[in-house]
Write a new protein. Structure first.
Length: 370
C-alpha cells in the first residue's frame, strides 16, 4: 500500500478525518483524470490555478501537517536515541538504556509473551438493554448465550519482562462496567503493539435498544442478535454480521470487507479497501445504502411477486449485473469510466413490500441477485 494511503488510514484511525473524507482522498489518489461522486456523476479534476474544494483543501493541509510532525518526531527520536546510546556506553549499563527509551515513550516489548484469561458474567433486567464494546488491538466476537445471563471472556496477550509486570498491565487494560440496563466493555489504548485483547461476548436472546461494537485493529463478528439500532465499525479488519435482525444498521471497515445477512430494514454499508456483501433473508421492506472505493458490491434479495424493487447503482471501473425480472430501466450509461443503472419494478407503487438499493463502487463490479 502506498505511503499516502497508509497516511490516510492512520488519520481515520486517529479521528482526524472521517471515513467519507478518506474515501474522497483515496479516490483522488487514483491515476485517472476523473473521479465519480457519490451519485455516480463524473467530476473532472480542476485545472491548475482553480480553487480546490474547501473540504479537500483542509484534509490535504492536515495530511501535510501530519507528515511534517512525523518527520520532526522521527528526527527528535534519532537525536535522543543517539544521546542515550552514548550514555549507555559510558555507564556500561543496558538497563539504563532500556529505562531511558521507555521514559521517552518508545514502545519496547518485553522478551516474553504472557496470556491471561478473564471471565465475567451478569444479567440484564431492562427490557431493551444497551451494549457498547470498544477494542483497540484485537478481534471482537458477539453471539447468543445459552441462558439469560451475559458471559464475557477476555483473552489478553502482553509482552513484558516478567509475569508480574504483564499481570499488572492486563489488570488495567480492559475496563468493564455493567448494571441492569447496560454493559460497557472498553479496552484502553496502548502505545505500540505490545498488547492485544480478544473479546468474546455471549448475550441473552432479546431485543437490544442499541448495540455499538468498535475496534481499531481487528475483525468484528456478530451473530443472531436483534437490535433497534446497531453500529459495527473497524479500521483494519473484516466486519461480519450473520442472521441479524436490526432496524437501523451501520457497518463499515476502512481496510477490510463488510459482509451482512439477516433481516435489516435500513443498512448503511461502507468499505474503502474491500468488498461489501449483503443478503436479506426475509420478505420485508428494506433500504440498502452501499459504498466502496476498491472492491465489489454483491447483494442478494428474496424474490417474490409481493416485493417491488428499486435499483440506483453506479461504478467507475467495473460492470453492473442483476438478475431481477420485470424491471423498467429509466436511466442507463455504459461509457468507459462510468456505468450507471436506475431501474424499478413496473408496478412498484402497488407492491405490498419494497426493497431499494443505492450502490456506488469506484473500482469494482456491482451485482444484484446474480
Amino acid at each position: 500500500m502506498a505511503e499516502e494511503q497508509m497516511l490516510i488510514l492512520r488519520m481515520v484511525e486517529e479521528g482526524k478525518i472521517t471515513a467519507d473524507q478518506a474515501t474522497i482522498l483515496l479516490e483522488a489518489l487514483r491515476p485517472s483524470s476523473a473521479n465519480v461522486d457519490s451519485m455516480g456523476n463524473t467530476i473532472t479534476h480542476p485545472a491548475s490555478g482553480n480553487v480546490i474544494p474547501e473540504e479537500e483543501r483542509k484534509v490535504r493541509q492536515a495530511m501535510r501537517e501530519e507528515a511534517s510532525q512525523a518527520r520532526e518526531a522521527a528526527r527528535e527520536a534519532r537525536v535522543q536515541a543517539k544521546r542515550i546510546r552514548g550514555e549507555g556506553r559510558r555507564h556500561n549499563s543496558g538497563n539504563t538504556i532500556m529505562a531511558s527509551l521507555r521514559a521517552l515513550g518508545i514502545p519496547l516489548g518485553g522478551s516474553h509473551e504472557y496470556s491471561f484469561t478473564r471471565v465475567l458474567s451478569g444479567e440484564f433486567s431492562a427490557v431493551k438493554p444497551h451494549l457498547r464494546v470498544q477494542n483497540t488491538n484485537g478481534r471482537i466476537e458477539v453471539g447468543l448465550s445459552d441462558d439469560e445471563h451475559w458471559q464475557l471472556r477476555l483473552l489478553t496477550r502482553i509482552r513484558a519482562d516478567n509475569e508480574a509486570n504483564a499481570a499488572a498491565l492486563a489488570e488495567k487494560l480492559v475496563n468493564v462496567e455493567s448494571d441492569s440496563q447496560r454493559l460497557n466493555v472498553e479496552a484502553q489504548r496502548m502505545f505500540g503493539q505490545n498488547a492485544s485483547v480478544t473479546i468474546e461476548l455471549r448475550l441473552p436472546a432479546r431485543l437490544f435498544a442499541e448495540i455499538d461494537v468498535v475496534t481499531t485493529n481487528g475483525s468484528i463478528q456478530l451473530a443472531q442478535l436483534a437490535a433497534e439500532k446497531a453500529a459495527i465499525k473497524t479500521v483494519n479488519g473484516k466486519v461480519i454480521g450473520e442472521k441479524l435482525e436490526v432496524n437501523d444498521l451501520q457497518a463499515s471497515s476502512v481496510n477490510g470487507s463488510v459482509s451482512i445477512d439477516g433481516a435489516i430494514t435500513h443498512l448503511q454499508g461502507r468499505a474503502t479497501n474491500g468488498r461489501v456483501s449483503v443478503k436479506i433473508l426475509q420478505k420485508m421492506n428494506s433500504e440498502l445504502d452501499l459504498k466502496t472505493v476498491n472492491g465489489s458490491i454483491n447483494v442478494l434479495l428474496p424474490e417474490d411477486t409481493a416485493i417491488g424493487y428499486y435499483l440506483d447503482v453506479a461504478t467507475t471501473a467495473g460492470s453492473i449485473k442483476h438478475g431481477l425480472s420485470s424491471l423498467l430501466v429509466t436511466e442507463e450509461h455504459r461509457k468507459p469510466g462510468r456505468r450507471t443503472l436506475v431501474a424499478a419494478s413496473k408496478d412498484l407503487e402497488a407492491k405490498e413490500l419494497r426493497q431499494a438499493i443505492t450502490a456506488r463502487s469506484v473500482s469494482g463490479t456491482v451485482r444484484v441477485n446474480v
